[in-house]
Design a protein around this ligand. Sequence first.
Ligand code: ZN
Ligand code: ZN
Length: 58
Amino acid sequence: MEMRPACERCGVDLPAASRDAMVCSFECTFCRGCTEQRLGGVCPNCGGELVRRPTRTG
Ligand SMILES: [Zn+2]
Ligand SMILES: [Zn+2]
């Protein structure tokens, strides 16, 4: 799986171990702040639900 390193909305760094990274089923990636405060939990690209991205370490 490709791990996108930054929020597509605000550009904040979202490293693989970040617990603030949110993704949709097409792997559009956003930070938790944008997801909750600006996007309402919905991906603006494809309309999918944004869920917390699993970290590599669990
Ligand atoms: Zn963001
Ligand atoms: Zn999407």
